[in-house]
Design a protein around this ligand. Structure first.
Ligand SMILES: Nc1ncnc2c1ncn2[C@@H]1O[C@H](COP(=O)(O)OP(=O)(O)OP(=O)(O)O)[C@@H](O)[C@H]1O
Length: 270
């Protein structure tokens, strides 16, 4: 049965998609049966994994959730799960997902629709990685209800770090009241520019604010323009340029995650 790991931060542009796609890629390369659920209406994970125009797809996660709400049978997974070239199975998304919050508002047990869906594919994988949308609300509560754990990418800048406290409150409430197994794998610092004053200050802020509350990955992902360039080639940085410092750091992050050795003290590993 799959471990469900959600990549969450309600702030936009902090590296959720880069982290979700790269982690899924690395897990698959290590031989784990891995699926990536694109749970963001922007469909960026779908695009990185080779979907040219997500809005032309017939079946996306939104279609599947709508069928569950309307008590209709789901199509066979083989008919809609996209087998990507890099070995990851993709459950795609497109702009229809932006209507999910509104469509769920009068639905009974609306916080558990995604759990219902995940239950239908969970036995086929070792890992299901969820790339989340940058906002809280019913769709994100659905994610926290079905996930085993969450990773919180945070850009090394002040405004990104400030949103963390709010997210931790949501996590605590859901863990206490509904999904007791939901744990935080850790905060992952992304787009870091080591050796800058800003990076040192934000790192210090995150340490002082959170190190006694949640684990912080020792590995930081450095900023590299090549991460954005890889997207143009529909690839993650690890496939596009395995020797790039961000690719190497993502590899170290994946090892840290799998070894369970990510502690509470963040030391620079790069
Ligand atoms: N380590 C990095 N170095 C440089 N650019 C990066 C890095 N990681 C991500 N980016 C770029 O930063 C932008 C935002 O990253 P990404 O899409 O992963 O963030 P996100 O949190 O998923 O955004 P959103 O909230 O909009 O879904 C993208 O253009 C991406 O290519």
């Amino acid at each position: 049965m799959a471990k469900i790991i959600a990549i969450i931060n309600e702030k936009g542009g902090v590296g959720k998609t880069a982290t979700a796609t790269t982690l899924a890629y690395l897990l698959s390369k290590k031989g784990h049966r891995t699926a990536l659920l694109d749970f963001d209406g922007q469909g960026h994970s779908s695009i990185i994994f080779g979907v040219k125009n997500p809005n032309k797809l017939e079946v996306t996660i939104n279609t599947l959730l709508r069928k569950l709400v309307e008590d209709e049978p789901l199509p066979e997974p083989e008919s809609y799960i996209i087998k990507t070239g890099c070995g990851v199975d993709l459950i795609p998304s497109n702009t229809q997902l932006f209507t999910l919050e509104r469509n769920l508002c009068n639905v009974d047990f609306r916080e558990r629709i995604l759990t219902q869906y995940i239950d239908t594919i969970k036995d086929s994988y070792e890992y299901i990685i969820i790339d989340c949308m940058p906002q809280m609300g019913t769709p994100m509560i659905n994610v926290m209800m079905c996930a085993d754990s969450i990773i919180i990418p945070t850009q090394a800048e002040l405004l990104s770090a400030q949103g963390l406290a709010e997210l931790l409150k949501h996590h605590q409430a859901i863990q206490r009241n509904s999904n007791h197994r939901l744990r935080i794998e850790g905060i992952l610092i992304t787009m870091d520019s080591p050796n800058t004053i800003l990076s040192a200050q934000v790192n210090d802020l995150i340490q002082r604010g959170f190190a006694d509350k949640v684990p912080i990955f020792k590995t930081h992902i450095p900023r590299s323009i090549k991460v954005a360039e890889a997207v143009l080639h529909h690839q993650t940085i690890c496939e596009f340029l395995p020797g790039n410092p961000a690719a190497i750091a993502y590899g170290q992050f994946a090892d840290e995650l799998l070894s369970g050795g990510h502690g509470k003290i963040a030391e620079r590993s790069i």
